[in-house]
Design a protein around this ligand. Structure first.
Ligand code: DER
Length: 232
């Protein structure tokens, strides 16, 4: 099947930023997967020497299968550039990520990078975050306690009354690469992402939330006609 033209345009523009010898973070999701394929093609065509750290087992497997050199983040240590997708991008380049269930490793890899570039189709652009359910990675131990503490934290922020749903894969609990669970917070709109991020991070059973604040340096938005718009 042909890749989505908007996602392909964004992926190609991001891959054009890659220089020989770079250490790269490879994102997760459908847009990032298109990027990995484009990157592998370019690396082979130009005989680029690259070192890559992946944000999920799925991305690591794909990159390896396509001939890219994938190492652990600790082996690569620090990255020149991470290219990843997003579920929502707001005007401040704050992101919601985690739709693919990989936001824990994605945030660590992005934090270990000199530059984070997001690639997305126009549907990801929002005025305010929150229409996309906010993913929160949660330990299995005390899962229901953590869900209760999240609900209390939302109430304290006048955000009560919204669904806090466990993510399922088919009819079983979704389990992340790290063996944790995911709760999706159906908040509709997030007026104060910074306050929400701090409140969630303070809850003991919360491993990581999908708000990426101040981490994205450039968003490349692809269009169906093959053009791109750059937001920074
Ligand atoms: O899970 C993630 O963070 C992915 O990057 C997701 O946000 C974007 O996935 P998509 O490119 O398939 O829309």
């Amino acid at each position: 099947s042909q890749p989505d033209p908007a996602k392909l345009a964004a992926a190609r523009a991001a891959v054009a930023l890659v220089e020989d010898g770079m250490k790269l973070g490879l994102g997760t999701g459908s847009t990032a997967s298109i990027m990995v394929r484009e990157l592998a093609d370019r690396a082979r065509a130009e005989n680029l020497s690259l070192r890559c750290a992946a944000t999920s087992k799925a991305t690591a497997d794909l990159a390896c299968d396509l001939g890219l050199k994938v190492e652990t983040l600790d082996e690569v240590r620090w990255l020149d550039l991470t290219i990843d997708g997003a579920d929502e991008v707001d005007p401040d380049l704050h992101l919601i990520k985690g739709g693919g269930g990989a936001h824990l490793r994605e945030k660590i890899v992005a934090a270990a990078s000199d530059r984070m570039v997001v690639i997305a189709d126009p549907g990801k652009i929002v005025d305010q975050l929150g229409a996309f359910p906010l993913p929160v990675e949660v330990l299995q131990f005390g899962f229901e306690t953590t869900r209760t503490l999240i609900r209390r934290a939302l109430a304290a922020l006048d955000m009560e009354g919204h669904d806090v749903m466990q993510r399922l894969k088919d009819s079983d609990p979704w389990v992340t690469d790290e063996g944790n669970l995911i709760l999706d917070l159906h908040l509709e709109v997030i007026h104060d992402p910074v306050a929400l991020a701090h409140a969630l991070a303070a809850i003991p059973g919360v491993v990581e939330h999908g708000l990426f604040l101040g981490m994205c340096d450039l968003a490349i938005i692809g269009k169906a006609d093959g053009s791109v718009v750059e937001l920074n």
